[in-house]
Design a protein around this ligand. Structure first.
Ligand SMILES: *[C@@H]1O[C@H](CO)[C@@H](O)[C@H](O)[C@H]1NC(C)=O
Ligand SMILES: *[C@@H]1O[C@H](CO)[C@@H](O)[C@H](O)[C@H]1NC(C)=O
Ligand SMILES: *[C@@H]1O[C@H](CO)[C@@H](O)[C@H](O)[C@H]1NC(C)=O
Length: 156
């Protein structure tokens, strides 16, 4: 009994001593592994958004989605078979607030590639919207950004 409580006190003591070090290390890793994720679904409609039929709206696969900031392409993603694109950014290189004000999602892949009745010229454009953080652990998190809503951009 005496030995057991000695062991218990020792373990608790060791845990208390170890805590500040572990926390400092995790804080550093958290700063490096925290991410910004831009994700959304592109639909095969005249404006790229979900249509009147909701989730039954056909999606737009194999479309190249560009993240443009100040007119420059900084990252790209291709929609998969479910119309989903995902772009991960390192928050050390991007400030969330400037991303939301200076950057857009742009799609130049012709709409005709998913539905031949849609316009062959023009593209889709959406601003960005922050919807919150998803914790990955005690100190890690992902900042989630979605398209605020696509609109058709006629070519000129
Ligand atoms: C919705 O679905 C119905 C039945 O499949 C179809 O006739 C109609 O064209 C669809 N509407 C749109 C806007 O896609
Ligand atoms: C598209 O990507 C999403 C998110 O990663 C995934 O859940 C989905 O299964 C993928 N669809 C296809 C058809 O690969
Ligand atoms: C293709 O687009 C046209 C025009 O928006 C629409 O009426 C038609 O339902 C679409 N076809 C499919 C298969 O989604």
């Amino acid at each position: 009994m005496a030995f057991k409580s000695f062991l218990f006190v020792s373990l608790v003591g060791a845990a208390i001593l170890a805590a500040p070090v572990a926390e400092a290390q995790l804080g550093l890793i958290g700063g490096l592994l925290g991410l910004i994720r831009i994700q959304g679904t592109l639909f095969c409609t005249a404006n790229g958004n979900m249509g009147a039929n909701g989730t039954a709206t056909p999606v737009f696969p194999n479309a190249l989605v560009q993240l443009q900031c100040g007119g420059n392409v900084v990252s790209t993603s291709t929609t998969n078979g479910s119309g989903i694109f995902s772009i991960l950014l390192d928050p050390l290189n991007y400030i969330l607030s400037s991303l939301l004000t200076n950057c857009n999602l742009k799609v130049d892949t012709p709409l005709t590639s998913c539905n031949s009745s849609l316009p062959a010229l023009g593209g889709l454009l959406s601003s960005l919207q922050f919807i919150g953080n998803t914790p990955l652990g005690a100190l890690l998190s992902v900042a989630n950004i979605i398209p605020a809503g696509f609109r058709f951009l006629p070519s000129n």
